[in-house]
Design a protein around this ligand. Structure first.
Ligand code: VGL
Ligand code: ZN
Length: 205
């Protein structure tokens, strides 16, 4: 059984959003076209309290995209994004949500960031996604959405660690940093993950 994980396709990560991923909106038509090819579709949602410590605005004297130490973990400081209940935190309305069986929210603890859909960045608490997928008989996990070098990458990495055969759908994601994504892809391949294109699933070309 195969699951499609749609990671953080939210207005704040789309052009015009507070943490816009270049060409982030390009993933949406593919996310929609891919859904019927899967047994299960799950979405994740970055869902921060306004007090979240990943926001540069919550650290006096610090600017977005600086890196700090946060309780012993390296933390990139981000512009304020995906604040619970704001329009930028909704699932993008252009994503077909009818087949989305569950939405896993992450990043709710103000003291720790959570890039992966499976765990926080310290691997302290699980979101329940791995057990949910196993309970549905899922063995293969395909990851798409935003951003390729952060939440998509860390979700794929944890999927591998959780024992799922893991595929990153390259053209159905976009990175914040191209260099960061190149490194992320190499790392996933080294760990046994597969980098594929949506045409491999849609049967075109
Ligand atoms: C993300 C940075 C901060 C992501 C979330 O969805 O990739 N990146 N929060
Ligand atoms: Zn975030």
């Amino acid at each position: 059984m195969k699951a499609l994980l749609l990671i953080d396709i939210q207005p704040d990560f789309l052009p015009g959003g507070s943490l816009a991923v270049p060409e982030g909106d390009a993933v949406i038509p593919l996310a929609n076209a891919l859904q019927p090819h899967f047994d299960l579709v799950v979405a994740t949602q970055d869902w921060h309290p306004a007090t979240h410590k990943s926001f540069a605005a919550n650290h006096a004297g610090h600017q977005p995209f600086e890196q700090i130490d946060l309780h012993g973990l390296p933390q990139v400081l981000w512009p304020v994004h995906c604040v619970q209940g704001t329009s930028g935190a909704e699932l993008a309305t252009a994503v077909d949500a009818n087949r989305v069986e569950a939405i896993f929210r992450k990043g709710t603890d103000p003291e720790i960031d959570s890039y992966s859909g499976f765990f926080d960045n310290g691997h302290r608490k699980a979101t329940g996604l791995a057990d949910y997928l196993r309970g549905k008989g899922i063995r293969q996990v395909y990851v798409a959405g935003l951003a390729a070098d952060y939440c998509v990458y860390f979700t794929a990495k944890d999927a591998l660690q959780e024992g799922f055969e893991t595929f990153l759908i390259e053209d159905a994601t976009r990175p914040i940093s191209a260099e960061g994504f190149a490194q992320a892809k190499a790392d996933l391949q080294q760990l046994g993950g597969h980098i594929i294109q949506s045409r491999d699933l849609l049967g075109q070309g």
